[in-house]
Design a protein around this ligand. Sequence first.
Ligand SMILES: *Cc1c(COP(=O)(O)O)cnc(C)c1O
Length: 380
Amino acid sequence: MNFNTRSIHSGQRPDPTTGATIPPISVSTTFTQAAPGEHKGYEYARTNNPTRAALEECLASLEEGESCAAFSSGLAATAAVFQSLRPGDGVIGGHDLYGGTCRLLERVFQPWGLEVAYAADSSANSCARAAETLRRPRIVWLETPSNPLLEITDIQEVAAAAHSRGMLVVVDNTFASPYLQRPLALGADLVVHSTTKYLGGHSDVVGGAVIARRAADLEPIRFLQNATGGVPGPMDCYLVQRGVKTLGVRMEKHCANAQRIAEELSSWSEVTDVLYPGFLAHPGHSIAARQMHAFGGMVTIRLRGDGQTARRFCSRLRLFACAESLGGVESLCAYPATMTHASIAPDVRAARGITDNLVRLSIGLEDVNDLLKDLHQALR
Ligand SMILES: *Cc1c(COP(=O)(O)O)cnc(C)c1O
């Protein structure tokens, strides 16, 4: 079946006892056994739960992986991947990673014994060069498009380089969603999601997931899901599952609105840079055109002026809420320097291009003319 059909039907078989078309939300923490050890595949809800199992089946299908483990947040999913390594193992981080992922690496897993090196830019070559600085490089961790600069990395090229050195490639696919990009089909080994964003899609649930191309690569993650217990509740799994059913139609509109807004903003004198992979002039455009179905719903801009100008712009927007997060039906604006990327040291932030006049927009599904009017009045 094709993507939109799978997003609606995978893991969603009618309930065998009642025929309920939408499977019931299974709240039971425990499952009655006919005799000790004689059960129907469910024993205790941390270990496995029917609502979670349905979501895991659906996400594995959408990412074209063999199996999936759902977590209580994107960072719980991320932590499980790092925890599956051993002290002394090395992680190569992409050039422009989610702030919380850097914090997890630097404040939790480096003290715990992982070695970490970052790629100097978004090219596959610099991932390979970073690997040479580590004693036991084990995984490459990528985001493409990246956050907040929307840089593009060639997943196929990184996978080829990493596999030749015996490393696994993990792609945080939160920004693209599986509708726009399927890293496992491009050679990545694991995909990680914050389902809080486009998959949930309505800014009303926090969740995460890890999906593996080969079931064997998920085994250590599945073990940690149960052993450390960062699992999502059944209501949260249900909300993500419901969101996923409209992922395809939502992403089409997010992308169309974002492309239009990016084009308009480029012609305004108050805006000095518009970072959008859909532009021919974007350095990653040709790679994005190859590995993505469309260019995403995020647009990052630099304003003519300083940090104060950018902060004032954020607070003058009326329809765009100034808020963390992204990927919901409502448009949001974020100021990375003090919001999403505040946990990164100012000098490191500046060196990475997260300047004080940078604003990140998550383009929602409102009427695009209303969004443009709002941006215009705030800029003036
Ligand atoms: C939000 C986000 C995360 C963290 O996910 P949570 O659900 O907030 O824990 C990780 N990666 C990216 C790219 C994100 O946008």
